[in-house]
Design a protein around this ligand. Structure first.
Ligand code: HEC
Length: 134
């Protein structure tokens, strides 16, 4: 029987997202109305309305806490690490998950271009003001 060949990749390879334009990324944040669910300290976006019931965590200072690829994952698949986040932040009671146990964060995979995604991640990575303490 033929042995399955190993995947070919450079030694020590790991996925890294390419550098984006954080100014363009801020515009993506506005255009996709992320501020409706996420507060960002130091920005003049309209504040999320708690009464809408599906508000997500504040993103202020997030850039210093996670690698860019983490933000990419939260965008491509909000459920991938939602469980970890909710455990880590002990926010179960904040209602980040819907009745079906999945993230209330919408999927943008069918509407956002790859370039918009790259720029948006650059914007999120640049959010270092107003961080909360861990
Ligand atoms: C309808 C409300 C809603 C909208 C709109 C929304 N999100 Fe979210 N988001 C959430 C919720 C709820 C969570 C927490 C659950 C989870 O992690 O999936 C979350 C989680 C996140 C996280 C992870 C935060 C952490 O603590 O690690 C990031 C980053 C994020 N959202 C970015 C965005 C961006 C960028 C947009 C716009 C393209 C956006 N969100 C739009 C509700 C929303």
């Amino acid at each position: 029987m033929k042995r399955q060949s190993r995947l070919a990749m450079p030694k020590g390879w790991r996925f890294t997202i390419s550098a984006g334009d954080h100014h363009a990324g801020r515009q993506v944040f506005v255009d996709f109305e992320c501020y409706k669910c996420h507060e960002v300290a130091g920005e003049d976006f309209p504040a999320p309305r708690v009464e809408q019931g599906n508000v997500g965590p504040a993103l202020s200072g997030m850039g210093a806490m996670h690698p860019a690829e983490y933000f990419l994952e939260t965008m491509i698949d909000p459920n991938a690490s939602a469980a970890w986040r909710i455990k880590h932040h002990k926010d179960e009671d904040k209602g980040y998950l819907g009745a079906d146990g999945t993230s209330k964060m919408p999927s943008y995979n069918d509407t956002m271009t790859t370039q918009q995604l790259i720029d948006l991640v650059a914007y999120l990575k640049g959010l270092t003001a107003g961080a909360h303490q861990h």
